[in-house]
Design a protein around this ligand. Structure first.
Ligand code: G3I
Length: 397
């Protein structure tokens, strides 16, 4: 990516230097790409939409309410938002079977006011489930509670949420089950068919929503990644054969440059296999940790941008990939710099990580250019079935 570095240093009133443009085919191509992304000044949502891709970011009612500059950046850059935690069953719980819908309602209202689509995240997740549910001792009570929760969420946000991560992170081959399912609360209380019940319940309550099976580490080139890809495909085959309504696969894509190895061939093969089932693919939580990268901000930013580019150039070659969500828009708000990140992904030098397209001052970073260039060079595809609000937005362009 030398050409790209040269270009970025000289991009300005005079544009690219003659030397860079004459340096040879690759540098010129790279220079032209960077210039287009820099010159267009178009927001990421427009660059993505021109290729049939819906781009957005995770956020929260708190960020939107307390940070007007950040909220304005979300509106400028994104065609969609996903509540990072506001709609999670555990986060919403304020007492025994008592819930606070206010943050989720505010997210949906903000999106409607700015004609943004909303991804619903998530209906059930073993890691964020109310204590009172965990304490239920009999299967029927657990089944009734899960069905009631899914039904209530889908009905409440029908028309505001265009897709739901119905079951989050159901796969965990390391648990040793032949079906690769995670041994956790829903499996223990309801058996493996909890998935089918969850998706049928969501379809009944929100017949127009896209129902997504969301998970992580399907992109790693190692035994864990191989097992996760195989288990995901096997689960989808079983669900499709059983007539269970699942419409798309969510790939979280928490990148880890210098950590987990990456195989373009294996990712292409996996995406192709999912698409061959007639499913869409959503990139749902794209960001990158930098615990393995140098302290230098310039070097780190470029290596992070390269990791985004490497992943996206492969992923976006697959026409079934319709949605790309970064797991945040600015380093000002990232779980990577919170106590939520596993110690193994924290920098040893305690420098703040730089996982997202905008820095803490809301200025573009090389990651922004990587997203812009990947969008600009992606094949055009049929857009996802977005809600009327976004369709109206697109029509108005
Ligand atoms: O809202 C409360 C606040 O009132 C309270 O003062 C504060 C005290 O620490 O906690 C706040 O809730 C936190 C919430 O994020 C909102 O910031 C929770 O403690 C914290 O556990 C929660 O962490 C989130 C985590 O999921 C667990 O829900 C992270 O921000 C979020 O990035 C992370 O996202 C997950 C995806 O949902 C699924 N895929 C993996 C990804 C990373 O773990």
């Amino acid at each position: 990516m030398i050409g790209e570095i040269v270009v970025r240093k000289r991009l300005g009133a005079s544009g690219i230097t003659r030397r860079a443009m004459l340096a040879g085919g690759l540098a010129t191509l790279v220079a032209a790409r960077a210039l287009r992304a820099a010159e267009t000044d178009a927001p990421l949502k427009d660059l993505a939409r021109d290729r049939g891709i819906l781009y957005g970011s995770a956020t929260s009612a708190r960020e939107i309410a307390t940070d007007a500059d950040f909220a304005a950046l979300i509106v400028r850059e994104c065609a969609a938002i996903v509540p990072e935690s506001d709609m999670k069953w555990g986060e919403m719980t304020v007492g025994d079977r008592q819930f606070d819908f206010t943050p989720g309602d505010r997210d949906v209202a903000f999106a409607a006011a700015h004609r943004l689509a909303v991804r619903g995240h998530n209906l059930i997740w073993y890691r964020n489930t109310p204590d009172w549910f965990l304490a239920l001792s009999d299967r029927q009570s657990a089944e009734d509670a899960m069905v009631q929760h899914i039904t209530e969420m889908c009905r409440r946000y029908e028309g505001g949420v265009f897709c739901w991560d119905v079951v989050n992170e159901a796969i965990n081959p390391a648990d040793g089950r032949p079906d690769g399912l995670r041994k956790a609360v829903f499996l223990e209380k309801l058996g493996p068919n909890y998935l089918d019940l969850a998706y049928h319940t969501a379809r009944a309550a929100a017949p127009d929503a896209i129902l997504v099976l969301n998970d992580y580490d399907q992109i790693d080139d190692n035994r864990g990644g191989d097992a996760r890809r195989a288990a995901t495909l096997a689960l989808l085959e079983r669900m499709k054969k059983a007539g269970t309504p699942v419409d798309a696969v969510g790939i979280e894509a928490h990148l880890d440059p210098g950590g987990a190895p990456f195989s373009a061939a294996k990712l292409r093969q996996f995406l192709k296999a999912v698409a061959a089932m007639g499913l869409d693919i959503h990139i749902t939580e794209l960001d990158a940790t930098d615990e393995n990268l140098p302290a230098s901000i310039a070097q780190r930013d470029q290596m992070l941008a390269d990791a985004y580019r490497q992943f996206l150039d492969v992923a976006l070659d697959e026409a079934a990939v319709k949605v790309v969500m970064t797991w945040g828009l600015s380093d000002r708000y990232s779980w990577v710099n919170s106590d939520q990140i596993s110690p193994g992904f924290r920098r040893k030098d305690d420098l703040p990580s730089r996982p997202l397209p905008f820095d803490r001052a809301l200025q573009r970073k090389p990651i922004w250019y990587a997203l812009a260039q990947s969008f600009q060079h992606a094949p055009v595809r049929t857009p996802t079935k977005a809600p009327p609000a976004v369709a109206a937005e697109n029509a108005a362009k």
